[in-house]
Write a protein that binds this ligand. Structure first.
Ligand SMILES: CC(C)(COP(=O)(O)OP(=O)(O)OC[C@H]1O[C@@H](n2cnc3c(N)ncnc32)[C@H](O)[C@@H]1OP(=O)(O)O)[C@@H](O)C(=O)NCCC(=O)NCCS
Length: 149
C-alpha cells in the first residue's frame, strides 16, 4: 500500500475515533510527517477485504531496544471485536523483529483503553503529573505503561 492511501485510511478512522474533548486526534500533516520517518510505522486493520477499508490503525516508533506506541484507534462501528488486540499482537511481532524488548505507551489517566492495555499484559510504570492539556483548559495526568516482549 502506498503512503497516500495509507494516510487516507488512517485519517478516515481518525475522524471517527477520537472524542474532540480530549484533543488527542492527529491531523493529516502530523500523520504524514511521522510516517516519512524511517523509524515510525503504521499497522492498519482492514476489515472489508473487498474495499480494503481500514477499521483501525496504530502508529508506533522504534528506538534502540524499544518501541513506543504513539496512537491506536478503532472506528466506533467496529469496536469490541478484538481489532485493537489484534493490532497489538502484530505490533509485538513487528517490534521484536526490529530488536525491541519493551513496548511503552502513555495514556490519559481516565481512558478506558487502560482495560485493553492491562488485558494484553502492559503494566503501569509511571505517572506524569498534569501532562495533558485538555480542550477545556484543564490538565490530566498521563500514565506510562510498559510491556516486556
Ligand atoms: C481503545 C480502542 C482502540 C479499543 O479498540 P477495540 O478494537 O474496541 O478493542 P478490542 O475489541 O481489541 O478490546 C479488547 C478488550 O479490551 C477491553 N476494552 C476495549 N475497549 C474498552 C472500553 N471502551 N471499555 C472497557 N474495556 C475495553 C475489553 O476487555 C475488550 O475485550 P471484550 O470486548 O471482550 O470485553 C478504541 O476504543 C478507540 O479507538 N478509542 C478511541 C481512541 C483512543 O482512546 N485510543 C487509545 C489512546 S491513543
Amino acid at each position: 500500500m502506498n503512503k497516500t492511501s495509507q494516510v487516507d485510511q488512517i485519517m478516515a478512522v481518525m475522524e471517527t475515533a477520537f472524542d474532540p474533548q480530549w484533543g488527542e486526534a492527529w491531523n493529516r500533516r502530523q500523520v504524514e510527517d511521522a510516517l516519512v520517518l524511517p523509524n515510525t510505522f503504521a499497522i492498519l486493520n482492514t476489515g472489508d477485504s473487498k474495499n480494503e477499508i481500514a477499521t483501525g490503525f496504530l502508529i508506533t516508533r522504534h528506538a534502540p531496544g524499544e518501541e513506543e506506541l504513539l496512537l491506536i484507534a478503532v472506528d466506533p462501528k467496529y469496536r469490541r471485536q478484538g481489532t485493537a488486540q489484534k493490532m497489538l499482537s502484530q505490533l509485538t511481532i513487528d517490534a521484536r523483529a526490529r530488536g525491541a524488548s519493551r513496548i511503552f505507551l502513555e495514556m490519559r489517566e481516565n481512558n478506558p483503553a487502560k482495560i485493553l492495555y492491562l488485558g494484553v499484559g502492559f503494566e503501569p510504570i509511571g505517572r506524569r503529573k498534569a501532562y495533558y492539556l485538555l480542550s477545556d483548559g484543564n490538565r490530566m495526568d498521563a500514565i506510562t505503561y510498559g510491556l516486556s516482549i
